[in-house]
Design a protein around this ligand. Structure first.
Ligand code: XIL
Length: 395
């Protein structure tokens, strides 16, 4: 009886996939067994495989391989920087849509969906905004109005072209912040109080009723890391639950997935359990910025395979853990890597002596991580991996 019921569910799922194939991203691109790209293998599970895109790299005529691989390997793209506030509105009132629009056109041409990143974040804000707030020329009331206006203008500009919006990014502190008890951190909470989060989702929904609205953060891959009273994943879960109770239109939680091989990290069962718990609230999930960096010791830099091989293997294993967990939950809609090649990665700039974080090396050779991910997409299917269940935007 149980088996029969499961088969019936499977049939419904297959019918759903057929219906999804009429959406723009997969139109004309049903799963094709001859195509072994990540994007095509992802389609077997209706999972969108994505990457962050640097427009400078995409437009570099001397580096054509970058563009080719973005088009051939991925079914969803995220602007690495071009939709952030400082890029879109460097001067107050003057919007620079060019590079972001270009990415949207590229995505359309290549049958890709777009994740919008990001509406509200404390980083990469334009100088006019932070300076104005600091010198008192922008009042709290005006700041709230500026935020409402920004969200409305940006979401309307891209209306109908964005699949998932990261509405609020990284609003929650980490145990190493002060105070160490988890709290809402950063510019927006400081100046507007935590209610800006609910407001942001409501304003985004009013501007585009169809885009899926996500909360996005790092270090929320699993529950139970560290002190149970100070568990960031639990904090985000409680926040999402409370937003839903207030009828705030949040549709999903994005787990960035920035990991390092020097840390403890997780296994597939822990990550799958976290995704399932969020799905239990009626939310979709996604991995939105996956990369797995390593410390570049002197030996690594000198080419010592004793130190390089374990890093490559550990990085690959962590990619695989996150991807398998995503595959295992039917509400995990997409798996995006934060850049795909070590040639263009934010890691060395941001973390100093760390790198080797991506799935292709600096010469565009696929690394073990790429192949492990490919294997995860190939050697999976019913009963544990079933097609995605599409998420309906909350009203
Ligand atoms: C990073 C970009 O990759 C860099 O190019 C930029 O200098 C800083 O921001 N979390 C996020 C992303 O949500 O927007 C960040 O992207 C990486 C961490």
């Amino acid at each position: 009886m149980r088996i029969k019921r499961w088969i019936a569910t499977g049939a419904v799922a297959i019918a759903t996939v057929g219906a999804l194939n009429t959406l723009p991203a997969s139109a004309g691109h049903p799963y094709n067994p001859a195509d072994q790209s990540l994007r095509n293998l992802g389609l077997r599970h209706d999972l969108y495989m994505g990457t962050a895109v640097s427009m400078a790299a995409l437009n570099d005529a001397a580096d054509p391989r970058y563009r080719e691989l973005v088009a051939s390997e991925f079914s969803t793209v995220t602007a690495e920087n071009e939709m952030k506030w400082e890029s879109l509105e460097p001067t107050r009132g003057t919007y620079n849509w060019g590079p972001a629009d270009e990415l949207i056109a590229f995505a359309k041409q290549n049958n890709q969906r777009v994740r919008g990143h990001v509406l509200v974040w404390h980083n990469q804000l334009p100088g006019w905004l932070t300076t104005g707030v600091n010198d008192g020329s922008i009042t709290t009331e005006q700041l709230r109005e500026i935020l409402r206006n920004h969200i409305t203008t940006v979401v309307k500009h891209f209306k109908g072209k964005i699949w998932q919006w990261d509405v609020v990014n990284e609003a929650v502190s980490d145990p190493w912040d002060t105070p160490s008890t988890l709290h809402y951190k950063g510019f927006w909470a400081q100046h507007l109080g935590p209610d800006y989060i609910a407001d942001a989702f409501r304003w985004a929904r009013a501007a585009d009723p169809k885009a899926l609205l996500f909360y996005n953060d790092y270090n929320i891959e699993a529950f139970g890391s560290g002190d149970p009273a100070n568990d960031k994943t639990q904090f985000v879960y409680d926040m999402a639950k409370s937003l839903l109770a207030q009828r705030v239109p949040i549709d999903g939680v994005g787990s960035q997935g920035h990991l390092g091989t020097q840390y403890g990290n997780y296994d597939t069962l822990q990550v799958a359990a976290a995704l399932k718990k969020f799905a239990g609230l009626g939310l979709a999930t996604a991995f939105t910025e996956v990369d797995v960096r390593s410390q570049l010791t002197e030996a690594v830099q000198n080419g010592d395979s004793n130190e390089i091989n374990p890093r490559l293997q550990a990085s690959a294993a962590n990619y695989s853990v996150l991807l398998q967990a995503c595959l295992a939950d039917r509400h995990c809609l997409s798996f995006t890597v934060w850049g795909f090649t070590d040639k263009h990665s934010w890691v060395p700039n941001w973390f100093g002596n760390e790198g080797m974080a991506n799935i292709y090396d600096e010469n565009y050779q696929p690394k073990r991580a790429y192949n492990l991910m490919k294997g995860d997409l190939i050697y999976t299917g019913p009963p544990y991996v079933l097609p995605r269940i599409p998420q309906k935007p909350r009203k």
